[in-house]
Design a protein around this ligand. Sequence first.
Ligand SMILES: [Zn+2]
Ligand SMILES: [Zn+2]
Length: 424
Amino acid sequence: MLLIKNGRVLDPASGTDAPRDVLLDGERIAAVAAPGQLAGRASGAELFDAVNLVVAPGFIDLHCHLREPGGESSETIETGTRAAARGGFTAVCPMPNTRPVNDNASVTRAILERAAEASGVRVWPIGAASAGSKGEALAEIAAMKGAGIVAVSDDGRPIATAKLLRQVMDYCRALDLPVIDHCEDSSLFAGAVMREGKQSVRLGLRGMPAAAESLAVARDIQIAELTGCRLHIAHLSARASLDLVRAAKGKGLPVTCEVTPHHFTLTDEDVQYDTRYKMNPPLASREDRDALIAGLADGSVDAIATDHAPHEPALKNVEFDRAPFGVTGFETALALGLELVHAGKLSLMRLVELFTMGPARVLGMKRRIAEGEPADLTVFSTEHSWTFRAEESASKSRNSPFDGRSFRGAPVATIIAGRIVYRR
Ligand SMILES: [Zn+2]
Ligand SMILES: [Zn+2]
């Protein structure tokens, strides 16, 4: 047993924001009570003093790339989930664009077997929508669901055509799986390496307009309406896309979206000839960034997801045009979210919701601190001062635009199935 004493429990599901002791008994939460009340029941339990710390439900990351199988020089399930644990994440959802692609049950099972031997962070794989994510035939979605996938996506690229998306959604509605789409009109995006605007002109880099994303969002919402399937928009970056999601929610459509920490923190004005600023979708305009923050605050955005996308230095240390898209994100996500809280743009409760109940709901799950619930908790400080050093990261890769950034607030303990998997 593990007793977490004297913490400030923040539980968006119940609206609790109060001092509470939480007693964990293996896989489950055994009791939650006012400080000192559990002393009798907890005799012999291991103690964790959470004084001055927030105790939240376990964080879930809906979107990451663990690179295994096939990209082990950039990341493995072991190193990626260790970085996730340091970021406070108790569960992560790896995208299927591995080599081979996770488009059949044997790859799903292999990922889960590796995860079971790794750091302890729960791995909930996302299966491909189409075979090889090539946008032609359907992947083996039902068999993958049997093996344990929680959603489908062709991330790395959009689901190729409206017709294919309709087939995938008809299928996934019957299987009760959400479809996650990387929304991009490839004809408008073609050849772009950043957002189109003054900065792309200044740098002489090829840009893409926001419409390259929002056009695809519009298509997807209409197919979701046609099929009744749950649609989740990955890494939403443009105000026009968010407006479409808001309107869809207003009509009662099953549409959700996520925003990444880099998109709510940086803008295209931050882009330099430095490949750590190259990701897809690219950093957006200031107006877009501010709209994303407003959406995080008002509930239009459902989740913060990292899109942790490690690339080994040999791949990233090339010219901007030639570098792969993607940045690492597990270890800085919470601290970047706390920047919004400290700036008065987001409540702490809402931030916790975006890491817990929000992503859980996208997956059709629940996340709360109550007796009988899974003993997954994220304990963090809102005040701890520290500096992120990419070279000290648990990830195998170093491609973070936040290397050297100083933060106020950090994960302190990641607790999974009643066990402390990471402690600062
Ligand atoms: Zn993507
Ligand atoms: Zn991605």
